[in-house]
Design a protein around this ligand. Structure first.
Ligand SMILES: Nc1nc2c(ncn2[C@@H]2O[C@H](COP(=O)(O)OP(=O)(O)O)[C@@H](O)[C@H]2O)c(=O)[nH]1
Ligand SMILES: [Mg+2]
Length: 287
C-alpha cells in the first residue's frame, strides 16, 4: 500500500546560504558544511503551508543527494515525488535546491533532506575541493546517493560510473547506500513501435533496440552484482515507480540504521511517538 501526501517544503533561494563567508579556511574544513548552510535563512514554503524553518540538520536528518548527467530527469523525479508535478520543459538546474519530506518506512519516521544540485563535473575527493567548488552542496556527507541515468540514452550511464568510481576512491562508502535509477522508462524503444514505419526502418529500429537492450542488461548486471547497489527503473513523466525509487532507498537506509551500521547508534524516532510531527510537514508513507 502506498500513500503520499505532498506538501513538502523547499529552501529559499539557496544563494542566501552562501553569504556566510569565512576567511579561516582551515577551521571551516573541520566543520559540518550543512551546519554552516543552516545559517543562511528561512525557507520558501510551498502550497500555502506556514513558513517554518525546516527541522535543523540534526543527526537524525537523512541527507539524500541526486546526481547524474544533464537532463536525465533528476529534478523531475524529485518534483514528482514531493509535489506530484511534472514539466515537459527542460530548465537546467542552476543552483542547489533542497526539499524536506518526512518519510515513514517500516513504521520508522525519517526526516529527509533531498538535495538537487547543478551538474557537477567531478565528485570532490576531499573536503577542500568540496569547499572550493561545491560549497554547501553537502556532497561528501550525504547519508545516501541516488545516481540517475537516462534509459533512452544509455551513454548517460558513463557519467555515473565515473562519479561512483570517484566516490569509492575518496570516501568510505561501506555504510552509504547508493541507488542507481534508470529514468525515462517511457522512452524505451520497445515501448514505441511505430506502426507507420516501413519494413526496412523497422529492422533498423529493431537492431538499435537490441543494442540498447544489451547495454541495459550489462548496466543492471554491473550495478547489482559488482557494485552491489540497488537498481530501479522509473518514469518521472508518468509517475511510474517514482515512489519505488524512494521506497527502495529508504529500505536500504532503514536496514542500515537498525543493524547498527547507520548514521547514529540511536534508533530513529518511532512513528508512534509522533516525534517530528507538525502540521507543515510532509508525511510520505511508502511501506
Ligand atoms: N519522456 C520523459 N521525459 C522526462 C522524464 N523525466 C524527465 N523528463 C524530461 O527530461 C528533461 C530533463 O529533465 P530534468 O528533470 O530537468 O533533468 P535534470 O537535468 O537531470 O534535472 C525535461 O524536459 C523533462 O521534462 C521521463 O521520465 N520521461
Ligand atoms: Mg535538474
Amino acid at each position: 500500500m502506498n500513500r503520499l501526501d505532498n506538501t513538502s517544503k523547499r529552501d529559499k533561494d539557496d544563494d542566501d546560504n552562501e553569504k556566510g563567508n569565512c576567511t579561516k579556511q582551515n577551521k571551516i574544513l573541520e566543520l559540518d558544511l550543512d551546519y554552516l548552510e543552516r545559517g543562511g535563512g528561512g525557507t520558501l514554503t510551498v502550497g500555502g503551508a506556514p513558513s517554518v524553518e525546516p527541522s535543523p540538520d540534526s543527526l537524525d536528518l537523512v541527507k539524500v543527494v541526486l546526481l547524474g548527467a544533464p537532463a536525465v530527469g533528476k529534478t523531475s523525479i524529485i518534483q514528482q515525488f514531493v509535489w506530484s508535478d511534472f514539466s515537459e520543459e527542460y530548465v537546467p538546474t542552476d543552483r542547489k535546491h533542497t526539499f524536506y519530506p518526512s518519510v515513514i518506512i517500516n513504521e520508522h519516521l525519517y526526516e529527509v533532506k533531498i538535495t538537487d544540485v547543478p551538474v557537477i563535473p567531478y565528485f570532490p575527493i576531499n573536503s577542500y575541493y568540496e569547499w572550493a567548488h561545491y560549497r554547501f552542496y553537502g556532497l561528501r556527507n550525504a547519508t545516501a546517493y541516488i545516481l540517475v541515468f537516462d534509459l533512452s540514452n544509455v551513454e548517460t550511464f558513463q557519467y555515473i560510473r565515473t562519479l561512483r568510481d570517484q566516490m569509492v576512491e575518496s570516501r568510505d562508502m561501506r555504510n552509504v547506500p547508493v541507488l542507481v535509477v534508470g529514468n525515462k522508462q517511457d522512452l524505451l524503444c520497445s515501448n514505441t513501435p511505430s506502426a507507420a514505419s516501413g519494413l526496412q526502418q523497422l529492422a533498423i529500429a529493431e537492431s538499435a533496440c537490441g543494442d540498447s537492450r544489451e547495454k541495459r542488461r550489462n548496466i543492471v548486471n554491473l550495478v547489482r552484482k559488482h557494485w552491489k547497489c540497488g537498481y530501479v527503473e522509473c518514469s518521472a513523466k508518468y509517475n511510474w515507480r517514482v515512489i519505488a525509487v524512494f521506497k527502495e532507498l529508504m529500505e536500504m537506509i532503514d536496514a542500515l540504521e537498525w543493524s547498527g551500521g547507520g548514521r547514529s547508534a540511536e534508533p530513529p524516532p518511532d512513528s508512534s511517538t509522533g516525534a517530528g510531527g507538525g502540521s507543515h510537514e510532509t508525511r510520505c508513507v511508502i511501506a
